[in-house]
Design a protein around this ligand. Structure first.
Ligand code: SAM
Length: 213
């Protein structure tokens, strides 16, 4: 993703305190209070500009959604969308996925979505992939037992390496498509990258993986 420096982004987001959580560590164990209900919490790691999370929040009002996007200059677009069209079941965090244990207790997150994660194709960068074993361990520590990751990508190599790391981690696969947009499920919410790659005629890969614990 091309990053444009937006020096105003953090100040702008901090003004939207009902959307942007500037200090998420203070809410560990207390996210239900933040949402003022006990609905399940689904997070998307690497939300980009937020088409998926806002679409999901609209489709599933009985679920709470949290966007995790490391770059303020990218996350600010999600916040702007939510200022224009408020959705009480969405919050936005600008934190790194590697630190998720600092913000959520075991079982506090009911599902993790990974969409079009950066592929990091060189093997010396494998540890940076959001499906590397250290990240799988982090997600495991905030999900309930038998928790799930739902993953989509256009990148076949990333899909294959994710199948391998997840399988080696002991996860099982409940659902898989090697071309999601052939018979696209009615409830599929497309991400920005998904629209872009689909328009280029590239197949979209998708899987649902479950922890065996
Ligand atoms: N999910 C969006 C989509 O499908 O259109 C964006 C995909 S983009 C290729 C990947 C996003 O993940 C970028 O916005 C990037 O900043 C974010 N990201 C990468 N590593 C991350 C990390 N460790 N923690 C949080 N976000 C991360």
């Amino acid at each position: 993703m091309r990053l444009r420096h937006k020096p105003w982004a953090l100040d702008y987001m901090k003004e939207q305190s009902s959307i942007y959580i500037a200090d998420p560590a203070t809410l560990i164990g207390n996210w239900s209070n933040e949402f003022k209900n006990d609905n399940p919490i689904y997070i998307e790691v690497g939300s980009g500009k937020g088409a998926f999370i806002t679409g999901m929040a609209n489709q599933y009002p009985e679920i709470n959604f949290i966007a995790i996007e490391v770059f303020e200059s990218v996350a600010v677009t999600i916040v702007q969308k939510l200022v224009d069209q408020p959705q009480s079941n969405v919050r936005v965090l600008t934190v790194d996925a590697k630190d998720l244990r600092d913000f959520f207790e075991k079982g506090e997150v009911a599902r993790v979505y990974l969409n079009f994660s950066d592929p990091w194709p060189k093997s010396r960068h494998a540890k940076r992939r959001l499906t590397y074993k250290t990240f799988l361990s982090t997600y495991e520590d905030i999900l309930p037992d038998k928790g799930q990751i739902h993953f989509k990508t256009d990148n076949r190599k990333l899909f294959e390496s994710s199948l391998m790391t997840m399988s080696a981690y002991g996860m099982t696969f409940d659902w898989m498509s090697l071309d999601l947009h052939v018979n696209e499920p009615e409830n599929n919410i497309r991400t920005e990258y998904e629209e872009r790659f689909s328009a280029l005629g590239q197949p979209i890969y998708r899987m649902e993986a479950t922890y065996d614990n």
